[in-house]
Write a protein that binds this ligand. Structure first.
Ligand code: CO
Length: 146
């Protein structure tokens, strides 16, 4: 059901600084900055080859990412898996006993639909399911070279 790693999410205090730092390594592709109101974050996808990193920065102190930064500082926030049908995948995970944070999928980065699952079921790692829009396969599809 999980078809590939869609991206790795990293919580940061400053998107600009995080992207600029990674860009200094050379060869990465930087995506558009996008607001994801459902999660109270702004995000930028940065890809090395076809493996994207999603930097996320909270836009409100009430964001769960703001709480994460306060408690743990910057760092790995979640691992996201690609699924073809998020409604079916979420229902199947719940049927298997995984605890869903989102009862229903919500809107994510770049027209995706996403849902989060509790870290307890995944060795302590917050886990995201991602369904990409039809015909748009790999997240860097709309990225421009930096
Ligand atoms: Co994500």
């Amino acid at each position: 059901m999980f078809t590939r790693i869609d991206h790795i999410g990293i919580a940061v205090r400053s998107l600009e600084e995080a992207v600029a730092t990674l860009a200094r390594t050379g060869g990465v592709v930087v995506g558009a900055r996008e607001s994801v109101p459902a999660n109270q974050v702004e995000a930028i996808m940065v890809a090395a080859g076809d493996a994207p990193i999603e930097f996320i920065q909270p836009t409100s102190p009430e964001s769960t990412v703001a709480t994460f930064l306060e408690k743990r500082g910057e760092g790995l926030h979640h691992v996201a898996y690609r699924v073809d049908d998020i409604d079916a995948a979420l229902a199947a995970c719940v049927a298997q006993g995984f605890r869903a944070i989102d009862a229903k999928p919500r809107h994510g980065y770049a027209g995706s639909r996403v849902a989060f699952l509790h870290p307890k079921g995944f060795n302590g790692v917050l886990t995201e399911l991602v369904e990409r829009p039809a015909g748009k396969d790999v997240p860097p599809y709309e990225l421009e070279h930096s």
